[in-house]
Design a protein around this ligand. Structure first.
Ligand SMILES: *Cc1c(COP(=O)(O)O)cnc(C)c1O
Length: 482
C-alpha cells in the first residue's frame, strides 16, 4: 500500500477555503514566513478516507474478529463508554484547573467521577481505599510494592527485603517487586496451585510480602487461599493480589474480605476500555486500612458541604505515581461500564467469562493436551505437544489461526507449560463464535497430522506472512509495499 505522499497529485485538493481576508504576510514578521511551500501530500478527501480505511482493515481488532488472547482480556468494548468519555464537560477540562483559583467548580464533575469510581472499586473488591493513579497493571504492581516497602519502613521492619512470587504468577510481578527494591524468591507450584509446603519453607522473617496472581496464569483459582493468608500474616508479611483478571471474580469473591492487603485491577481488561498497542491503560491499586496512609497523592477528598477537592496532605504518602491523576479517560469508561452493568451485571459478566472458557476447554481437551484439565476461571492453558503433530508447535498453530480469521491465543506463557496456548474467550462472545474457533483449531490439528509443512508456513493470507524474526530485527528493511 502506497503512502499518502506517494499518492499525492499536484493540485488535488481535499478542502477549498475562501480567500482569507487577512494575509499571513500582513501580520507575521518576514523572518517567520516560510520560504518554500510545505511538503504536504495533495489529495482529495476521498483519497484520504480510503487510505485510512484500508489501513484500519490491515489491523486486527476485537471490533472485527474474535481475539482470545489469554491474560490480556481483549473483550468487546461497548460503544456507549466512548460516548461517556467524549462528553465535552470532561474532554475540555485542563488538568491544572482543579488547582486554579476560581475554576474549582468546573472540575467538580470530574472529581466526583474519581471519588465515586474509587468507592465502587472498594465495594467490588472489599478494600478500604483506592488510588487511581497507576497507568497500567504493571505500574499498579510497582505502586503496590512501593506501598509495602513504605509500610515496613515505617514500622521499622528493616529485615523485610524479600518478596515471594509463585511460578504461576504473571511475568510482570517479579519485575515490579524488584524495581521497588525487593529480592525475589520464586516458589514452584504443585498441580497448578501454590504449594503451601513450598510456601512455608520459603516464608522466613525477611519476607515483606507474597504476590499472588489469582486466578493464576493457568486460569485456576488458588484452592489453598485461607491457609496461605494465615501463614503470611503470621509472619507480619503482606499479601498482594494481582487482580488484573478480576473479570473472573467480580461479584463472586472480595479480595479484601479474603485478607489481602493490596490489589491492583486492570481497568483496561476487566472494566471495558479498548487497549493494546501500548495503551491507554489504568491499574488502580486498592489497599487494606493499614496501608492507606502511604497511598500516592493527590487524593480526592469529599468535604462536608459535598464539594470535592484534591488533597495533598498525606505526610506518609509514597508521592506521585503519575502525571496529574493518571489516565482520566479510562476512568470515565470504567465508571460508565460499572454503572451500566450494576452489581448483578458485573457478576453475570464474570459467570459468562468463566462459562465461555470452560466450554472451549471442554471441547479443546479432545484435541490437545490440557495439563490442568479442571474447572478453570476466565482462561485455560493447553499444550501443543505429541508425536502425531509432526513437530508443529504452538507458534505454528497461532499463525495458522490467523489465516482462519482468528487472533492467536497468547503463546509460550506461562513458562511452566511447554508449547502452550493460553486461551481467553471473554464473556461477550456467542456460542457460535466459540464453536467456529474450536472448529478452526480442530482443522489445524488435523492438518498438522497430514500436512504439517502447510501449518509451519502459515499465515499465507495476511499482509505480513511468516517472518524470519531474527533477521527482521537485525537487518530491518522498511517498506510501504504491503
Ligand atoms: C495484563 C496483566 C498484568 C500487566 O498489566 P499491564 O497493564 O499490561 O501492565 C499483570 N498481571 C496480570 C495477571 C495480567 O493479566
Amino acid at each position: 500500500m502506497k503512502t499518502l505522499f506517494a499518492k499525492s497529485v499536484p493540485g488535488r485538493k481535499g478542502v477549498c477555503l475562501n480567500e482569507p481576508q487577512l494575509k499571513a504576510a500582513d501580520v507575521l514578521p518576514k523572518s517567520m514566513m516560510r520560504q518554500s511551500p510545505a511538503q504536504l501530500p495533495e489529495l482529495s478527501e476521498l483519497d484520504v478516507v480510503r487510505h485510512f480505511t484500508r489501513l484500519s482493515h490491515l489491523n486486527y481488532s476485537v471490533d472485527g474478529n474474535f481475539y482470545p488472547l489469554g491474560s490480556c482480556t481483549m473483550k468487546y468494548n461497548p460503544k456507549f463508554i466512548e460516548q461517556a468519555a467524549a462528553l465535552p464537560g470532561f474532554t475540555r477540562l485542563h488538568p491544572l484547573m482543579a488547582q486554579l483559583k476560581g475554576a474549582g467548580h468546573f472540575t467538580q464533575g470530574a472529581l466526583a467521577v474519581m471519588y465515586d469510581l474509587e468507592s465502587l472499586l472498594c465495594e467490588i473488591t472489599g478494600m478500604a481505599a483506592y488510588t487511581l493513579h497507576p497507568m497500567a497493571g504493571a505500574h499498579g504492581e510497582l505502586t503496590g510494592a512501593m506501598l509495602i516497602a513504605a509500610y515496613h519502613a515505617d514500622k521499622g521492619n528493616t529485615n523485610k527485603t524479600k518478596v515471594i512470587i509463585p511460578d504461576s504468577a504473571h511475568g510482570t510481578n517479579p519485575a515490579s517487586a524488584h524495581l521497588a527494591g525487593f529480592d525475589i524468591v520464586s516458589i514452584e507450584s504443585r498441580d497448578g496451585m501454590v504449594d503451601p509446603e513450598a510456601l512455608r519453607e520459603a516464608l522466613d522473617d525477611d519476607v515483606a510480602a507474597v504476590m499472588l496472581t489469582c486466578p493464576n496464569t493457568l486460569g485456576l483459582f488458588e484452592k489453598h487461599l485461607p491457609e496461605i493468608v494465615e501463614m503470611i500474616h503470621e509472619k507480619d508479611a503482606l499479601l498482594y493480589y494481582d487482580g488484573a483478571n478480576m473479570n473472573a471474580i467480580m461479584g463472586k469473591m472480595r479480595v479484601g474480605d479474603a485478607g489481602f492487603d493490596v490489589v491492583h485491577l486492570n481497568l483496561h481488561k476487566t472494566f471495558a476500555t479498548p487497549h493494546g498497542g501500548g495503551g491507554p491503560g489504568s491499574g488502580p491499586v486498592g489497599v487494606s486500612p493499614r496501608l492507606k496512609p502511604y497511598l500516592p497523592v493527590s487524593r480526592v477528598k469529599k468535604l462536608e458541604d459535598g464539594r470535592f477537592v484534591l488533597d495533598y496532605d498525606h505526610p506518609k504518602s509514597i508521592g506521585y505515581m503519575a502525571p496529574f491523576y493518571g489516565n482520566f479517560g479510562v476512568y470515565l469508561k470504567a465508571y460508565a461500564y460499572i454503572l451500566r452493568l450494576g452489581g448483578a451485571g458485573l457478576t453475570r459478566a464474570s459467570e459468562n467469562a468463566v462459562l465461555a472458557a470452560n466450554y472451549i476447554r471442554a471441547r479443546v481437551s479432545s484435541l490437545l493436551e490440557v495439563p490442568h484439565n479442571d474447572i478453570c476461571k476466565h482462561e485455560f492453558v493447553c499444550s501443543v505437544v505429541g508425536d502425531e503433530l509432526n513437530g508443529v508447535r504452538a507458534l505454528d498453530v497461532g499463525k495458522a489461526l490467523l489465516d482462519k480469521g482468528f487472533h492467536a491465543p497468547t503463546v509460550y506463557f506461562p513458562l511452566i507449560v511447554p508449547e502452550c496456548l493460553m486461551i481467553e474467550p471473554t464473556e461477550t462472545e456467542s456460542k457460535s463464535t466459540l464453536d467456529d474457533f474450536v472448529d478452526a483449531l480442530a482443522e489445524i490439528i488435523e492438518t498438522a497430522k497430514t500436512d504439517p509443512e502447510s501449518v509451519k508456513h502459515a499465515p499465507v493470507t495476511l499482509p505480513v506472512t511468516r517472518l524470519d524474526e531474527t533477521r527482521a530485527a537485525r537487518s530491518m528493511e522498511l517498506t510501504d509495499d504491503v
